[in-house]
Design a protein around this ligand. Structure first.
Ligand SMILES: Cc1cc2nc3c(=O)[nH]c(=O)nc-3n(C[C@H](O)[C@H](O)[C@H](O)COP(=O)(O)O)c2cc1C
Length: 439
């Protein structure tokens, strides 16, 4: 049997699936559902310091969500599964895994557990989840005093680890913030702030601290390095809540994904996972050795494998559980194990970083030909057009920015002297009648 054992913040976990902070963990009972479904850890909702902006502490009601296709045009809902495990399908019953989720309401229900209530939330969760399911606290603050206050609160809980949530933007006025915090910007986007806040937390916490970085970054590597300098035992990389997003209705010239809520929205989706893989691989290639948890866009067991191969040692889904339910974890773990056995991987940790290590970051090592248009040689490859398959749609001609394809008598005529082998004609051909082959 493949070994799924993994670790986060240096603490061993029975498998690499962590239930991310959010609605799937917002009560002890919800955390129990996650634990029953097989998650090896649950991250509690973030507790914000008293100084936190009003909007974070006092959100009204629960958020409202919609599901939409990736362009945001086609609102759709899954058909409830009848038997076995859920399959997300569109209104017409079509399989539609490529959807985004939009939070239409500013509420993120951070205010559920304030102060003493957070201690009860943590300890009840500890009581309800299985003994081998870690409970991870989560805190955010904006000033030194705020962080100390948060750490003291966490020290009174029995959580196993803590996430320092630097993914939230700060809405305090500049004069009330720690030096370097940019009001309106995610805390984790500024390396000096990451280092300072991590150090304060590490100095005051009794359990290992992991830094959760936001997706809004100019260079996440710098923030990850700052977190490690500050003493972080791990990095939570990604978070897919791209914020703020706004959808414009061009018929009514109004903002908002939802007519009732013309406000900023967060948007989550599977399109984030390649970005998360890139961030993690970059961290690995630049010497970050602490455990990295991949958070953002997890939609299948294949995503978990991709995250590992990029350099992560766990995956933290949220959105997909909100849509499909916690039990999707069971399915992913079974699929992961079966796939690893088929491929001959003995342990998940063995897959860690194996793809990242093959990334060529020095472009001078690539065999990049000088383009013909710049006087370079004729390419070593050629495009081959299968006239029997061609349906004369002329898409290849339309998309060729080098003007190397011309439809003549219903068939594409290719000019090798103009072609730069970009491969776009091959990519767009609806009947796969075009291929690139060595000359
Ligand atoms: C409604 C909602 C509330 C969330 N609340 C928190 C939170 O309190 N703390 C936190 O660190 N992340 C929070 N998140 C972010 C998730 O933990 C996760 O980083 C994000 O959803 C990306 O993962 P996904 O693409 O699998 O959804 C929240 C996400 C959602 C959708």
């Amino acid at each position: 049997m493949a070994d799924l054992k993994s670790s986060y913040g240096g603490v061993e976990m029975k498998n690499p699936l962590i239930c991310a902070a959010g609605p799937p963990t917002h009560t002890p009972e919800a955390c129990k559902r996650a634990s029953d479904a097989g998650f090896s850890a649950v991250v509690l909702k973030t507790h914000a310091a008293k100084e936190a902006p009003w909007g974070l502490l006092h959100t009204v009601g629960t958020p409202v969500y919609i599901l939409t296709d990736l362009k945001g045009t086609d609102f759709w809902r899954p058909i409830p599964p009848k038997k076995s495990l859920p399959k997300v399908r569109g209104i017409k019953g079509e399989r539609k895994p490529e959807y985004s989720m939009v939070g239409c309401h500013p509420g993120v229900i951070l205010s559920y557990f304030l102060g003493e209530d957070y201690i009860k939330y943590a300890s009840k969760t500890k009581d309800l989840v299985k003994h081998d399911c870690l409970v991870i606290g989560s805190i955010v603050a904006y000033t030194e005093e705020g962080w100390i206050e948060q750490c003291e609160l966490i020290n009174r809980t029995n959580v196993d680890l803590v996430e320092i949530n630097l993914g939230c933007p700060c809405a305090l006025p500049e004069e009330q913030c720690y030096p370097g915090v940019i009001p309106g910007a995610a805390l984790g986007a500024s390396p000096s702030v990451v280092e300072a806040f991590t150090r304060i937390a590490v100095d005051h916490l009794h359990v290992p601290a992991i830094v959760k970085l936001p997706p809004q970054q100019s260079n996440s590597l710098l923030s990850a390095q700052a977190a490690v300098r500050g003493g972080a035992a791990g990095i939570n990389c990604g978070d897919s809540s791209f914020f703020p997003s706004v959808r414009i209705n061009i018929e009514t010239a109004t903002p908002g994904w939802h007519p009732r809520y013309p406000v900023w929205h967060g948007i989550w989706g599977p399109w984030v996972s390649p970005y998360v893989c890139g961030q993690i691989a970059n961290m690995r290639l630049n010497g970050i050795t602490v455990d990295i948890s991949a958070c953002g866009g997890t939609s299948s067991f294949e995503d978990i494998v991709r995250f590992f191969m990029a350099g992560a040692s766990s995956a933290q889904p949220c959105r997909e559980l909100m849509v499909q339910g916690w039990d999707v974890a069971k399915k992913w773990l079974e699929e992961l194990e079966a796939w690893m056995e088929k491929k001959g991987y003995n342990s998940v940790m063995e897959m860690r970083g194996i793809a990242a290590d093959k990334i060529i970051t020095d472009y001078s090592k690539l065999d990049l030909p000088i383009p013909q248009i710049m006087g370079g040689p004729e390419p070593k490859y050629k495009m081959v057009f299968d006239d029997r398959e061609c349906i004369d749609c002329a898409w290849c001609e339309m998309c060729c920015s080098h003007l190397a394809i011309k439809i003549e008598s219903g068939l594409p005529n290719w000019d090798s002297k103009k072609c730069e082998l970009c491969g776009l004609c091959e990519a767009v051909c609806p009947v796969k009648a075009i291929s690139m082959v060595p000359k």
